[in-house]
Design a protein around this ligand. Structure first.
Ligand SMILES: Nc1ncnc2c1ncn2[C@@H]1O[C@H](COP(=O)(O)OP(=O)(O)O)[C@@H](O)[C@H]1O
Ligand SMILES: [Mg+2]
Length: 239
């Protein structure tokens, strides 16, 4: 039960806004950590700080005894910490297969091996029959799944997933949860999942962290956190 990622006293400011306030927590190797919090709580800001897209003003992100703060995003990704984008970023005019193959090129020497890896990844996510479909013709659920498939091509040790289930129906949510749990179990990827769907997050998470106004207000087992009075007041009570 060792920590794979250790966030320590992470702070972020945007002008007068204190978007992250000394955020500290550990993620255990192999864990699925859920993150909840009202809109504007700083969830995406936390992810951006971890992967270096918007570096924090202070604090540390320890990954395998190395501080990721100050490391450029592409290097963070190469080291094994990747993030899906909150708005699903896909090349619309390209086929589903090529969208995944482009991501696979970062870990493969040839286009042929990248395509092969991409086919395997599409199969894992149940998208194999859509390989030749142009990405813009996918449903929202398929696009979100494609985003996960692309992120997995980077072979991340830790994958940060930001609201990929937004707009999906409950059946689609459950399919995505099953595959994410399978990736966690069978492929060893540690997941940090920001999600508004509380039922989904309760199902998938080993622990849940709650953020409010940039500060950690609760961290623990899902049942425990969902009953926490500060969480109910800040988040669940307003749903
Ligand atoms: N790059 C930025 N520049 C200025 N303000 C930002 C930036 N990113 C986020 N914010 C602000 O920081 C706060 C937290 O935003 P965010 O992390 O996106 O919240 P959440 O993902 O929890 O909904 C919001 O008030 C948002 O407007
Ligand atoms: Mg967000």
């Amino acid at each position: 039960m060792s920590a794979i990622l250790r966030v320590q006293d992470l702070s972020q400011r945007f002008g007068g806004l204190h978007a992250l306030k000394d955020v500290s927590f550990d993620i255990i190797d192999g864990e699925i950590l859920g993150i909840i919090g009202p809109n504007g709580a700083g969830k995406s800001t936390l992810f951006n700080a971890i992967v270096g897209v918007v570096p924090p003003i202070s604090g540390h992100v320890w990954f395998k005894d190395e501080d990721l703060v100050g490391v450029p995003p592409h290097e963070v990704m190469a080291k094994g910490v990747a993030k899906t984008s909150q708005s699903v970023q896909v090349f619309d005019e390209m086929s589903v297969l090529d969208n995944v193959a482009v991501a696979a090129l970062l870990k493969n020497d040839s286009i042929k091996s990248a395509r092969e890896a991409a086919r395997g990844e599409l199969e894992f996510w149940g998208l194999q029959s859509f390989a030749d479909v142009i990405a813009q013709d996918l449903t929202l659920a398929q696009r979100s799944t494609l985003e996960l498939a692309r992120a997995m091509m980077l072979h991340p040790a830790v994958l940060l997933v930001d609201e990929v289930m937004a707009g999906l129906n409950e059946v689609e949510v459950d399919q995505m949860l099953d595959r994410m749990m399978q990736a966690n179990r069978e492929r060893g990827v540690t997941l940090i999942v920001i999600e508004h769907n509380m039922r989904a997050l309760m199902r998938i998470s080993h622990r849940i962290l709650a953020l409010d106004y940039g500060a950690v207000i609760a961290l623990g087992e899902p049942a425990e956190v969902s009953k926490n009075q500060r969480v109910v007041d800040a988040y669940l009570g307003v749903e």
